[in-house]
Design a protein around this ligand. Structure first.
Ligand code: AMP
Length: 315
């Protein structure tokens, strides 16, 4: 049943945050170096980041070629991988991207959907889901997941997407947008989706499509948060060394959703703190290739950077 929940219950969730998205093998080139066949994927970055805040379970598919060492990366954060299907013959989803000197925009060089083409996501215990993140993924598959959860029970269903899907599957994407509470996009995707140049007007248009909460990421320029008629802005955490922006968006979303899920409620105050945590998590992710920097992270590093961020933005 796809009806949204009329009443958001206030008690804390005892259920893990559920994410569906890509678990991938990436090849990335930045002005500072190149990495072939490294670990990536929207659900990988998301779940790793969210796991610092709350238990996470992941639904995705990989191929038979998926390296065991990458699986171990997710296991080291105790991410529940029961929903990670392994295709017996197919190849793992692959993405190849490049960043120019300003690092704000990824240029996709190659997308190989591979095992995604036949993927039929299965959500066990769909009637137990409180917080759901449909990470960047085929919108038709995002919809399949949404249909397997008890939608009125879900306190927050959120969605991410990218230019690839806006361009290739606009109808499927609009259908799923209608049924989520929150959407997270970068500025370029926001303009592309709405045909509107001004981001405030664009957010209003997206609200008419369905979600009450719109989060617009502007790379190094920070984030805009729209919650019904309320509006909040935050800069990005200023960094001297940005190495590889891949996964920044997913890591941001992981921090944001992880924090919300831990709080158990969706208020404007929670959302503001959530985008601050998301920004802090993304600031770590871009300091090294792949998930390398996140893997070094200690819980105390997050709180320390958040305190620094707070001091920098308070006046
Ligand atoms: P971002 O956080 O936006 O930088 O996302 C980077 C990750 O998105 C990479 O690790 C890719 O594997 C993954 N990705 C790239 N293209 C797609 C796509 N079309 N659908 C789903 N995931 C993708």
């Amino acid at each position: 049943m796809l009806m949204k929940s009329p009443v958001k219950k206030a008690e804390k969730s005892t259920q893990p945050l559920l994410v569906i998205g890509t678990v991938a093998v990436d090849s990335v080139e930045t002005p500072f170096g190149k990495r072939e066949e490294c670990f990536g994927g929207s659900a990988s970055y998301f779940s790793y980041s969210a796991s610092f805040f709350t238990p996470v379970r992941l639904v995705a598919v990989v191929g038979k070629d998926f390296p065991g060492q990458y699986r171990k990366v997710l296991e080291e954060r105790n991410i529940n991988l029961e929903g990670l299907q392994v295709h017996p013959t197919g190849k793992t989803f692959r993405w190849k991207g490049k960043y120019d000197f300003d690092l704000n925009n990824a240029q996709t060089l190659e997308t190989h959907l591979n095992v995604l083409l036949e993927f039929d996501p299965v959500v066990k215990g769909g009637d137990q889901v409180d917080f759901l993140f449909l990470a960047n993924f085929d919108p038709a598959l995002q919809m399949k997941v949404l249909k397997q959860v008890d939608r009125p029970r879900v306190k927050l269903a959120a969605l991410d997407t990218m230019n690839f899907w806006i361009q290739n599957k606009p109808k499927d994407l609009k259908a799923v947008i209608e049924h989520v509470d929150l959407i997270v996009l970068n500025d370029g995707e926001t303009r592309q989706l709405t045909g509107e140049n001004n981001l405030i007007k664009a957010a209003r248009k997206i609200r008419e499509m369905g979600p009450d909460i719109i989060v617009v990421k502007k790379g190094e320029h920070g984030v805009l948060l729209f919650f019904r008629d309320q509006f909040f802005v935050l800069p990005a955490f200023p960094l001297e060394s940005v190495f590889d922006p891949t996964g920044a968006g997913d890591t941001f979303a992981g921090g944001m959703m992880g924090y919300i899920s831990k709080q158990g409620t969706v208020t404007f105050d929670t959302l503001k703190k959530a985008v601050a945590y998301g920004s802090v998590m993304a600031s770590f992710a871009v300091e090294k290739f792949s998930l390398d920097r996140l893997r070094e992270l200690k819980q105390a590093d997050i709180e320390e950077r958040l305190a620094e961020f707070r001091a920098l933005t308070k006046f």
